[in-house]
Design a protein around this ligand. Structure first.
Ligand code: HEM
Length: 154
């Protein structure tokens, strides 16, 4: 089953809305992640030594934005090419960073749930099951590419 133009539009449209509210949505994203998996705190350099999620931390924001943006790019590629193609050196680099940080398979499900809840919050009344499905599919394909690279390097 291919990724439709409508699905691509839903992802792009929601990202356009979310872009306007990055600081708050980044914090919401990490709040969700830690609510689902408190132990994930220890993985992130900017969380492990604090009791609270830091406001305005550039690394926190960068991770959130990367996940949002790369998922959005993955949606575009899925519609255009039918598959996710991450630049080879980017994928190699990201694979080794995550491997070295101790990220494992189940973490990707946690981040997925955090992402979906964050899009829901970000888009407000525009949220729909169809939008959720489009983000979920785009994220799954991206996460699969990253995990395949991690498995290769492990
Ligand atoms: C770092 C992207 C999923 C944990 C990074 C970096 C990027 C990134 C771009 C920064 C690399 C650098 O410049 O050093 C992504 C994308 C993901 C994803 C696109 C999903 C498709 C995950 C998951 C986890 C995770 C599932 C674990 C819960 C980390 C950690 C770091 C990192 C711990 C190092 C951050 C630090 O401590 O400063 N990720 N990531 N990532 N990622 Fe991810």
């Amino acid at each position: 089953m291919g990724f439709s133009e409508k699905q691509e539009e839903l992802v792009k449209e929601s990202w356009e809305i979310m872009k306007e509210d990055i600081p708050a949505l980044s914090i919401h994203f990490f709040t969700q992640i830690l609510e689902i998996a408190p132990a994930a705190k220890g993985l992130f350099s900017f969380l492990k030594d604090t009791d609270e999620i830091p406001q305005n931390n550039p690394k926190l924001k960068a991770h959130a934005v990367k996940v949002f943006k790369m998922t959005c790019e993955s949606a575009i590629q899925l519609r255009e090419k039918g598959e996710v193609v991450v630049n080879d050196s980017t994928l190699k680099y990201l694979g080794s960073v995550h491997l070295q940080k101790g990220v494992v398979g189940p973490h990707f499900e946690v981040v997925k749930e955090g992402l979906l809840r964050t899009v829901e919050k970000g888009v407000g009344e525009k949220w729909s099951e169809e939008m959720k499905g489009a983000w979920a599919e785009a994220y799954d394909q991206l996460a699969a590419a990253l995990q395949a690279e991690m498995n290769k390097e492990a």
